[in-house]
Design a protein around this ligand. Sequence first.
Ligand code: FAD
Length: 508
Amino acid sequence: MKRRILIVGGGTAGWLTAAYLARFLRLSERNHLEVTVLESPDIGVVGVGEGTFPTIRSTLQFLGIDEARFIRETAATLKQGIRFVDWARAPAGGMHQQFFHPFEAPFYADDLNLVPYWLLQDPATRPPFAEAMTLQVRVAAAQRAPKRAGEAPYAAPLNYAYHFDALKLSRLLAERARELGVRHVEGLVTHVALDAEGAIAHLDTAQQGRFEADLYIDCTGFRAELVGRAMGSEFKSVRHQLFADRALACKIPLAADAVMESCTVATAHEAGWLWEIGLNGARGIGCVYSSDHLGDDRAADILRDYCGPGHEDLAMRSIPFVPGYRERQWVKNCVAVGLSAGFLEPLEATGLVLVEAAVGMIAEMLPHSGPIAAPARRFNELMTARFENIINFLKLHYALSRRPEPFWRDNAAPASLPERLAGLLQEWKLRPPGRFDFVLDTETFAFFNYQYILYGMGFLTDLGVGRDDFPRMEEAGRVFAKIQRFAERAVADLPSHRALIQQLNAGR
Ligand SMILES: Cc1cc2nc3c(=O)[nH]c(=O)nc-3n(C[C@H](O)[C@H](O)[C@H](O)COP(=O)(O)OP(=O)(O)OC[C@H]3O[C@@H](n4cnc5c(N)ncnc54)[C@H](O)[C@@H]3O)c2cc1C
């Protein structure tokens, strides 16, 4: 008997899920399987989400998409991390506090953990944490690429992800999914019929009649037509912890001679932050804010000011959202992937990485026969843990700020801290974050990501009484010097980011 998987929604989540399942389940070789994407072109896609996480490289490679083609067709650039500006302190006298969150893990030196040795150095003279720990910071600051043109696709000496045009990516994924055997149907779902047990019996569409399937994947974005509206899986708002609930987005041309950054720039403002993402030929810019702390007009002014002169008539798109997620994402024969499952906010670009995590789990957990809902409980536990862990990580960025505005003071109030984060912050006052703080299978961010944010924001870990426990100061000093030498060499050896992108676009 045929097993049918129906994916409703043709945004990035729908098409990524379709292509991934088609590839994983070897759809084209197995006649008893059918994967269909049903989408309504009238509704359209959210079309934002230009920043990614390094896992996207292995996903695209697994899908069999050529890296140079992907870069050409989605106006992509390479992303080596995020530069945070004005997060720890508000700008004063033209001075901006900055720190970098690189993708590259701290340099690993045999059995020597460098972190305590950095903590024990003189704060007045030591380099910033990330710069001391990895050469990637200087590479990105010098607008160098993380790889050379001749390097194998998706491989590089330095860890990286991409910035891309989200609409173009959806189109590319759709094309690849169809090549892998996915059926594509256009139609608006107007009714979801449930059976006596509350599972989906069938869907009705305006144009294409009735659809029945064994598994329904809800990729309908914020509308959550299946899992939310029809099945009633509750949405859990986390607005008491993450306050941002609106984004204003725009795109402006990138001058041909302008710097092409290989990092996202995240600049804090009085009640949120701005993203700037350099694409090939364009700058994607957005203002993220809390509507409790900032009016829409003031947010528009902040965005216009950021874009600079000549952008007084800027076309902006307002995207309201409620930060949160569903604890029951897989209910009976329906599972939500993408915005229908939840969305926290654009910080640290966790939208697509959550899609990748969900689809990877669905592919592996889907029973070959028998009840389709069997893995639902485990899936929901793991996704809930993943969302909660990301909430902790995102909150860290806000909670450590010493900015004086009400948005930032409210964010630092102990009552808004998730309990687990509050506990960890207490421990990290006396020791740096370590790998046993986290269960890696449900984490998107590792302990070193926490270190980059904590020490970038100026958090104090006091090893004072333990100073004698760290007798390898000289050896650590030599390793720190080696990292700086490597950085100099890398800056000299690697091509400029712009040159690499031009070369890949020229097909060389
Ligand atoms: C402001 C903002 C910034 C973001 N930034 C990032 C980022 O930097 N990095 C990142 O990884 N993620 C980011 N995200 C998240 C990212 O945009 C999404 O994860 C991603 O685009 C997936 O969206 P989606 O496919 O779930 O939903 P959508 O793109 O909204 O697609 C929904 C689909 O469902 C279809 N549909 C809806 N209702 C029906 C119906 N009744 N019948 C038929 N079809 C229907 C629509 O036609 C559409 O095809 C951001 C999100 C927002 C809001």
